[in-house]
Design a protein around this ligand. Structure first.
Ligand code: ATP
Length: 316
C-alpha cells in the first residue's frame, strides 16, 4: 500500500511510507507514418499508439542511494547503471523537483529488449510515476509528460496509455476518443533485438534508393476504422512505414508474418522498429487458437496473447 505525500510536522513533503509498485504496458503502433528527417535528426511522425497487456513492473523503496536491480527479460544483459532508462528517469525527476535521487528500485521485466514494443520507454515512464509517489514530489501529469519527452519520444505515451495519436517526433500525445472496445492480439517475440536508430537509417536508405513502399501519411483511415469497432475493418487499416526496413534487416520476419497469415490472423505487422510481430485476432478465442498455431509453426522465440487498450504507468 502507498500513501500520498502529506506535510510533516516541519512542513517537509514526505512521500510514500511503504514501497510503491507501478505497472506499465508495452505499446504497438497501429499506424506508424514516418515523414521526412528533421534538422534535429528525428523523423516527423504520424502515429497511433496502442497500449497492450504485456507489462513491466517497477517497485520503488526508500534508500540511501539510487540503486536498481532486475529480473526477467534481459536480466544479465541490460546494464543497471546510469545508462539504464530507469536510472536516467529517476535522475531527471529528482533534478526537476530539487530532491535527492535516493531509492531502491526493482524492475520485473516481461517486455522484450529492443523488441519494438518500447520496453525501455515504458520503464522510464514507470520510474517517473513511482519516484514521484515515493518522493512526494506531486508533479502534475503535464509536468511528468514534459520530463518524459526529454527522456524519449515514446515515454509520454507510456504514462498516458490507452490509444492515442502521436505527432512531432512522437512525443506530442493526444487521446483517441473511441467507445471502449477491446482488441485481441497475438504477439510473436523474436530472438534478439533490432536497433531503432538503425531501422530509421535503413528506411532512409531504402527511400533514397527508391525501393521503399509509398509513405502511409495521414492517420485518418486508421482513426475511422477504430470508430467502427470491427476487427476486420481495423485489420485493413493497420500500417507501419518501418516494416520494410525491419524486413530488410531481418528477412526471417517475412516467415513469421506469413505463418500468422496462414494461421488465419486478420492482419499481421511488425511492431514499431521490430523485430516483434503482432497479429490481430477477431476475439479472445481466436487469439488463443492463433497463438497455438503460431507456436507450432516455430517461427519465433515466444508467442503471447494480449489485449488492448490498457492503462499507462499506474500505481498498483
Ligand atoms: P522502441 O520501440 O521505443 O524503439 P524498443 O522496444 O525497440 O524501443 P527498448 O527495449 O526500449 O527497445 O530498448 C532500446 C535500448 O534502450 C536497449 O537496447 C537498451 O540499450 C536501452 N535501454 C536502457 N534502459 C532500458 C530498459 N530499462 N529497458 C530496455 N532497454 C533499455
Amino acid at each position: 500500500m502507498t500513501e500520498a505525500w502529506r506535510p510533516d510536522d516541519d512542513g517537509q513533503r514526505r512521500g510514500a511510507s511503504g514501497p510503491v509498485r507501478v505497472r506499465v504496458p508495452a505499446k504497438v503502433n497501429l499506424h506508424l507514418g514516418v515523414g521526412p528527417l528533421r534538422r534535429d535528426g528525428y523523423h516527423e511522425l504520424n502515429t497511433v499508439y496502442h497500449a497492450i497487456s504485456i507489462h513491466d513492473e517497477l517497485t520503488a523503496r526508500r534508500g540511501d542511494t539510487l540503486a536498481l536491480t532486475m529480473e526477467g527479460e534481459g536480466a544479465g544483459e541490460l546494464a543497471l547503471d546510469d545508462t539504464n532508462l530507469v536510472i536516467r528517469a529517476a535522475h531527471a525527476l529528482a533534478g526537476y523537483a530539487g530532491v535527492l535521487p535516493h531509492a531502491r528500485l526493482h524492475l520485473r521485466k516481461q517486455i522484450p529488449l529492443a523488441g519494438g514494443l518500447a520496453g525501455g520507454s515504458a520503464d522510464a515512464a514507470a520510474a517517473l510515476v513511482a519516484c514521484d509517489a515515493l518522493w512526494g514530489t506531486g508533479l502534475s501529469r503535464d509536468e511528468l509528460a514534459g520530463i518524459a519527452a526529454d527522456l524519449g519520444s515514446d515515454v509520454p505515451f507510456l504514462i498516458h496509455g490507452g490509444t492515442a495519436l502521436g505527432t512531432g517526433r512522437g512525443e506530442a500525445v493526444s487521446p483517441v476518443l473511441a467507445r471502449p472496445t477491446s482488441w485481441h492480439w497475438v504477439v510473436a517475440i523474436a530472438d534478439g533485438g533490432l536497433s531503432t536508430p538503425a531501422a530509421y537509417r535503413e528506411l532512409d536508405r531504402l527511400r533514397e534508393a527508391g525501393t521503399a513502399g509509398p509513405p502511409l501519411g495521414s492517420t485518418d483511415a486508421l482513426l475511422a476504422a477504430l470508430r467502427q469497432r470491427d476487427p476486420r475493418v481495423l485489420a485493413a487499416a493497420l500500417g507501419n512505414d518501418l516494416q520494410d526496413a525491419a524486413l530488410a534487416m531481418r528477412p526471417a520476419l517475412a516467415e513469421t508474418l506469413k505463418a500468422g497469415e496462414a494461421a488465419g490472423a486478420l492482419a499481421g505487422l511488425v511492431s514499431g522498429s521490430g523485430p516483434t510481430c503482432v497479429f490481430l485476432a477477431g476475439d479472445e478465442k481466436h487469439a488463443v487458437r492463433l497463438a497455438a498455431d503460431l507456436t507450432a509453426a516455430a517461427v519465433c522465440r515466444e508467442v503471447r496473447v494480449a489485449h488492448g487498450p490498457v492503462a499507462g504507468a499506474r500505481i498498483v
